[in-house]
Design a protein around this ligand. Structure first.
Ligand SMILES: C[S@@+](CC[C@H](N)C(=O)[O-])C[C@H]1O[C@@H](n2cnc3c(N)ncnc32)[C@H](O)[C@@H]1O
Length: 264
């Protein structure tokens, strides 16, 4: 099992990330529309392997993707190599920690998609990160945070390994399976600990790669408070990518906010 400090340096995590998210495209039109309406450049925090970064650039949007994980960024770079030159030129990828990176510039839109903030270990780290997002947003610029709704995280079954997906790898011909197991849920710390296991091949040739990771969920009130404390205004809350109002059973918790004009 991997120690937390090694987690973001794992080559295999980047390799399996795209498989975990294969076919997940439902958030892309939402982000494209936001960027087209509010303008670029866009900064995507926790850009991973470029699942969203590349479609944004294909739509003519200039994007700076920031991520802590070097292997994730390396995978994103390999993927951008296959893009047309004008798409490649719209993308910049930077290694950094959302708590304290400094690009020395401001962005028209700052996006933090797919619950990247759940990797942060507590409220203090969240507060520092939100202040950093605000520092990188232009006056009158837009900030968007998209996370899994808290009820989806805290109401899960613990201690049972469930197969999440399987496929035959087109490159190797081997059967790949992903299993997930919730190891524990700690409501006090707002944390769910998940073990992700990738099983490659079968029988005598079977190889198993395991990652363990804590995810700290965000409650609606806490997320709004973090945004306000960081200096954002006009906070709107949605429960899905169709902008339905956030309810207890919503799948997502999506917060849209604005940085004041002339606000530092
Ligand atoms: C669930 S992935 C989302 C990737 C991409 N935005 C997408 O939508 O597919 C979360 C990403 O956040 C990154 N991340 C986690 N902690 C981070 C931190 N402290 N600073 C920057 N990136 C971080 C991880 O390396 C990972 O690539």
């Amino acid at each position: 099992m991997t120690r937390k400090q090694d987690y973001f340096e794992l080559e295999s995590l980047a390799r399996y990330y795209d498989w975990q998210y294969e076919g997940f495209v439902e958030d892309i039109p939402f982000f494209v529309e936001l960027a087209k309406t509010h303008g670029s450049p866009v900064m995507e925090v926790g850009c991973g392997t470029g699942r969203l970064t590349i479609p944004l650039a294909r739509e003519g949007i200039r994007v700076v993707g920031v991520d802590l994980s070097r292997p994730m960024l390396a995978m994103a770079r390999r993927k951008t190599d296959h893009e047309a030159v004008e798409v490649r030129e719209r993308i910049e990828l930077v290694q950094g920690d959302m708590r304290d990176f400094s690009l020395g510039r401001e962005f028209r839109c700052v996006f933090v998609p797919q619950a990247a903030v759940f990797h942060l270990e507590g409220r203090e780290a969240m507060g520092r990160s939100f202040t950093n997002f605000h520092r990188h947003t232009e006056p009158d610029g837009l900030f968007l945070l998209d996370v899994v709704a808290p009820d989806r995280l805290k109401n899960q079954e613990v201690g049972r390994e469930v197969m999440a997906r399987e496929r035959v790898d087109p490159d190797t011909g081997l059967r790949n399976r992903e299993f997930n197991e919730k190891l524990y849920i700690d409501p006090e710390r707002q944390v769910v600990c998940c073990k992700h296991s990738f099983v490659i091949g079968e029988g005598d040739c079977e190889r198993r790669i395991e990652f363990q990771q804590e995810y700290r969920w965000l409650e609606e009130e806490e997320a709004i408070a973090l945004l306000r404390e960081a200096g954002f205004q006009d906070v709107q809350v949605f429960g899905d990518y169709e902008r339905s109002p956030f309810k207890e059973d919503s799948p997502r918790l999506i917060l849209l906010a604005r940085k004041d004009e002339g606000n530092e």
